[in-house]
Design a protein around this ligand. Structure first.
Ligand SMILES: Nc1ncnc2c1ncn2[C@@H]1O[C@H](COP(=O)(O)OP(=O)(O)OP(=O)(O)O)[C@@H](O)[C@H]1O
Ligand SMILES: [Mg+2]
Length: 506
């Protein structure tokens, strides 16, 4: 079968106030291929996808968009859908109050004489999920699902459209390794059916596992398109960041001091399932200047440890938590913050940012006391501090007064980091800190975390990226089924040992 050109974009220019997000981009998608789109945070990837999907209507950009050789002027997502385009947006857009099935069929519920056929919706969803190999209950409320499962629902929703062109903007950022395998298998099947896919991901191993072609964007321009087999990771990274990245995990020698945080025998019962525990007899210590990595599969209790200590999980628990020898139990995150704790969460919408507010206000949010004099927030002080962090983390924004919601996904995550760094914490909790962050910025973040540890901060980092855990941690504990199933020093820790402990169900 000769591949047919499904989608073509020529000379696309898109401007926002103060930002030229796309500057003469060309891009195309063939039937039966996966075309990966790579580029640093803010390079313009999501913006192009929003144009293809009609979210940014014709007229709000210049240039030409063709589907199957015909010039199209989409004015809405509905227009692009009827032309065979389906999209999974980077930020999840599900309705939390509705069920999985209701979300998947939202707006296109099969109805008979105007009555929505609930059983029909449930059955069709069941069939679809089964076909995809996703294990999920269609009648469950989306709000009760973890972020990984929500992402699977989002993917299923797009696939339910039976589209010819499928756009996936960081579809796997919250998926576990097993879920990613299922997902990649699904894409392979769609390819065989002739579907053309655009895949945006910061995980280059996924790109090389599945892409036929790779296009690199830099500063709103399409710089190169490769056949995936003709190129390697180094080359793609160099094109993305415009320089060679040498050492992602520089070894820094640090002096590790006495215990800062000591957790002993922490047990947290499951809120709804009687007899089950989220955490069971969890004990560990983090010292001054130490980076403790917490590894484990998704759902193993890693996030719950952080949440429970941080006062973000309510309900009963047993065991003890000590900060510098003082016993404590925070009733709310605010109490934890007042005692010198900081938490960078994996879900920036829920625990991280006020999207309507400015970059500077968001950065200052958790430490208003530091920027406020006599209880009054001093705007110029706030802006100065924000600007320091914008430079240090290379946050791409027109200025510190821009609304956070206008930043690209990865740059929003950098704002979350800046906000917590500014609180000058004693204990820093990081939960998947580099999710959705490009390689160049990742290197910057690792440097900053190392620097903070060198200044004496006790760091606890949950991460699914084993290279990151191994590269940064002084010590690693591994979780499985709510329990600690392994502990390794930096020298003992290897990928194999961590994986073995992470799957040690006993
Ligand atoms: N609605 C908006 N208003 C103003 N500026 C915007 C808006 N949306 C995007 N931008 C800017 O356009 C540029 C490109 O953003 P885009 O979201 O396309 O980046 P991206 O390549 O998807 O990055 P990431 O990898 O972080 O998701 C960024 O500088 C961003 O701040
Ligand atoms: Mg994006």
């Amino acid at each position: 079968m000769v591949a047919q050109q499904l989608l073509e974009l020529h000379d696309i220019v898109k401007e926002f106030p103060g930002v030229k997000a796309l500057d003469g981009v060309r891009f195309d998608v063939l039937s039966g291929e996966v075309h990966a789109l790579c580029g640093e945070n803010g390079a313009g990837k999501s913006t192009l996808m929003k144009i293809i999907s009609g979210l940014y209507p014709y007229g709000s950009y210049s240039g030409e968009l063709k589907v199957n050789g015909t010039s199209r002027k989409f004015l809405s997502i509905k227009d692009s859908q009827s032309a065979g385009v389906a999209i999974v947006f980077q930020e999840l857009s599900l309705v939390k109050e509705l069920t999985v099935a209701e979300n998947i069929f939202l707006g296109r519920e099969p109805s008979l004489f105007g009555i929505i056929q609930t059983t029909e919706v449930l059955m069709r969803t069941s069939a679809l999920l089964k076909d995809l190999g996703f294990h999920m209950d269609p009648s469950q409320k989306v709000g009760d699902l973890g972020i990984g499962q929500q992402q699977m629902v989002e993917i299923a929703k797009a696939l339910a459209l039976d589209a010819k062109i499928l756009i996936l903007d960081e579809p796997t950022s919250a998926l576990s390794d097993t879920e990613i395998e299922v997902f990649l298998e699904t894409i392979r099947r769609l390819k065989k059916r002739g579907v053309g896919c655009v895949l945006i991901t910061h995980k280059l191993n996924e790109v090389f596992a599945i892409a036929d072609r790779i296009t690199v964007f830099r500063d709103g321009k399409s710089v190169t398109t490769y056949n995936a087999k003709d190129v390697d990771e180094h080359k793609v990274i160099a094109d993305m960041v415009g320089r060679e990245l040498t050492d992602m995990y520089p070894r820094v020698s640090r002096t590790i001091g006495g215990p800062v945080l000591a957790v002993h025998d922490l047990t947290v019962p499951h809120p709804t399932v009687p007899g089950k525990n989220l955490l069971e007899h969890v004990s560990f210590t983090v010292r001054k200047g130490e980076i403790l990595g917490i590894a484990g599969l998704m759902g193993s209790g890693r996030t719950e440890i952080l949440m429970s200590i941080f006062g973000a999980l309510h309900g009963p628990r047993t065991g003890s938590i000590e900060l510098e020898g003082q016993s404590l139990a925070f009733a709310s995150p605010q109490e934890a913050i007042n005692h010198g704790f900081a938490l960078v969460s994996e879900d920036r919408k829920r625990l991280g940012l006020v999207l309507e507010d400015s970059v500077s206000r968001n950065i200052a949010l958790a430490s208003l006391k530091r920027v406020a004099r006599f209880g009054v927030v001093d705007d110029s002080n706030e802006n100065k501090i924000a600007n320091d962090y914008i430079d240090a983390l290379r946050i791409k924004t027109p200025n510190s007064a821009s609304q956070v919601k206008n930043l690209s996904g990865g740059n929003q995550q950098k704002v979350v980091l800046a906000k917590w760094m500014l609180t000058k914490p004693k204990v820093l909790f990081l939960d998947e800190p580099t999710r959705g962050i490009d390689v160049g910025a990742r290197a910057e973040i690792y440097k900053i975390v190392n620097d903070m540890a060198a200044k004496g901060v006790a760091v606890v980092m949950v991460s699914s990226e084993l290279p990151e855990v191994l590269g940064l941690s002084d010590r690693v504990i591994v979780m499985c089924g709510g329990r600690v199933t392994g502990e390794f020093s930096r020298d003992e820790a290897t990928q194999e040992r961590i994986m073995a402990a992470a799957t040690r169900f006993s």
